[in-house]
Design a protein around this ligand. Structure first.
Ligand code: SF4
Ligand code: SF4
Length: 189
């Protein structure tokens, strides 16, 4: 039988900041890996879910804020459902995304932040999604100009990618909602 792991935490500093920002029960983690064994994206994660928690406990700021996984987590909550200690890794990843943006340490190998920015900008401007505009902006920003182009004719044919989209009323109210969300996140969206 394996001896139980000795649990040590970094005192104060970055771990305290992560606890405050995420409100997640990180100190309770047993490193049992049930989160990782159920996570749909763990197979290609640079840091697996159980390891994110451990790195946070150890206060390893640069490894966490520069991680690809904090962006590629889908917030599906499978880890939380499986966890015997109710450690909320989706909230941890939300917090690490905000902290990563504030510290300008976003991983350059993931396109998720670019997608999120364009998605939110579209909703802010139009009050609804405009798929063709979103995909055109995303491809230009990431320079992935020809990826997935084979799917375009079928999406157009099925009406999944309309070439025009109107705007929904309430621009002023949307601006106010975005401003309040930005204030609550310390200026990061
Ligand atoms: S399932 Fe919960 S207790 Fe187990 S390693 Fe993951 S976060 Fe820690
Ligand atoms: S919430 Fe994120 S870390 Fe948890 S199982 Fe889903 S994808 Fe994995």
């Amino acid at each position: 039988m394996n001896a139980p792991a000795v649990t040590t935490f970094a005192s104060g500093g970055f771990f305290a900041e992560v606890l405050q920002e995420s409100q997640a029960n990180l100190s309770a983690c047993l490193q049992c890996k049930k989160c990782t064994s159920g996570c749909p994206v763990a197979g290609w994660a640079d840091i697996k879910p159980h390891a994110l928690v451990r790195l946070a406990q150890l206060g390893l700021k640069d490894e966490l804020l520069g991680s690809r996984m904090i962006w590629e987590c889908t917030s599906c909550q499978t880890c939380f459902t499986r966890c015997p200690q109710q450690v909320d890794i989706a909230s941890l990843n939300d917090a690490l995304r905000r902290m990563s943006r504030r510290a300008s340490q976003v991983n350059s190998k993931t396109t998720v932040p670019a997608f999120n920015d364009i998605f939110l900008r579209t909703v802010r401007k139009r009050g609804r999604m405009f798929e063709a505009g979103l995909m055109a902006s995303f491809k230009l920003r990431t320079m992935q100009l020809f990826s997935d182009m084979g799917k375009l004719p079928m999406m157009l044919w099925k009406g999944k990618m309309p070439l025009w989209s109107g705007k929904v009323k309430g621009r002023k109210e949307r601006e106010e909602l975005f401003r309040r969300a930005s204030d609550r996140n310390g200026g990061s969206s």
